[in-house]
Write a protein that binds this ligand. Structure first.
Ligand SMILES: [Fe+2]
Ligand SMILES: [Fe+2]
Length: 246
């Protein structure tokens, strides 16, 4: 598709194991392309979406990911006991994630919303939309209930491999069309850039390492978890706010 807009450089790790190659090609790349073709991203890139809708979109994401550092720490605590290197990596990832909710609240404030009210909502007064309830329940299912590797597939790959694709055009538009400053775009720089790309690629390497390709039940369940999470963002998230846009 011809476009005058700058394009994101391809960042995804290319796995060596055939089932992971198929996962990237048939699941992750499929959903990345679907997201990039979505009319909501086109409207944001053109500067046509209201700041109110943009604030609402980011507010619901903040409500979903407020506890993201805890989720990653939960994966570290559920990691196979003697894989010290993996445990260290997950704990470092969790530590890295600890500042992200604050940065996301700053974006919401810059767009005219109240990010701090969500960040400090100890009384559960914030009313998230149906998408956010669904998304948070699924992420918590991954973190606390699914088998460890399947939950990681759903989060590290399903979220972190696709978020840079969805948020890269949003980042460009927030800068050029909506006037957000570099400081206000800290969360976006992290999640469309090198940090989140690395998290997603570490997730793919983890699947290569831990899933026995001959164990078709686990292969299929991991693939299903990635697919569910990708769909939740590339289709359900974008559709939800497209239908409610102003
Ligand atoms: Fe993050
Ligand atoms: Fe991340």
């Amino acid at each position: 598709m011809a476009t005058t807009h700058p394009q994101q450089v391809e960042y995804l790790y290319q796995p060596k194991v055939p089932w992971c190659q198929a996962l990237v090609e048939e699941v992750v790349n499929h959903w990345r392309q679907r997201a990039l073709a979505h009319p909501l991203l086109a409207a944001i890139s053109a500067g046509d979406l209201s700041r109110r809708t943009l604030a609402a979109m980011h507010a619901d994401v903040l409500w979903v990911v407020t506890a993201f550092p805890e989720y990653i720490a939960a994966f570290a605590s559920r990691c196979p006991k003697h894989d010290h290197a993996m445990k260290a990596k997950l704990l470092e990832n969790a530590f890295e994630e600890r500042t992200h909710p604050r940065y996301l609240a700053d974006v919401i404030n810059a767009l005219g919303g109240d990010g701090d009210a969500i960040l400090n909502d100890s009384e559960w007064t914030y009313e998230p939309g149906d998408w956010a309830w669904h998304a948070r329940n699924w992420v918590e299912t991954c973190a606390y209930h699914l088998p460890w590797i399947e939950g990681l597939a759903g989060t590290a790959v399903g979220i972190e491999a696709i978020v840079p694709t969805i948020f890269w055009p949003i980042t460009q538009a927030l800068r050029t069309r909506y006037g957000l400053t570099e400081k206000e775009l800290t969360w976006h720089e992290i999640h469309s850039g090198e940090v989140e790309q690395r998290h997603g690629n570490e997730g793919l390497k983890l699947l290569e390492k831990y899933v026995d390709p001959a164990d078709s039940a686990t292969v299929n369940r991991c693939r299903r978890a990635v697919d569910r999470t990708c769909k939740m963002q590339a289709q359900e998230y974008l559709d939800y706010f497209w239908e409610r846009r102003s």
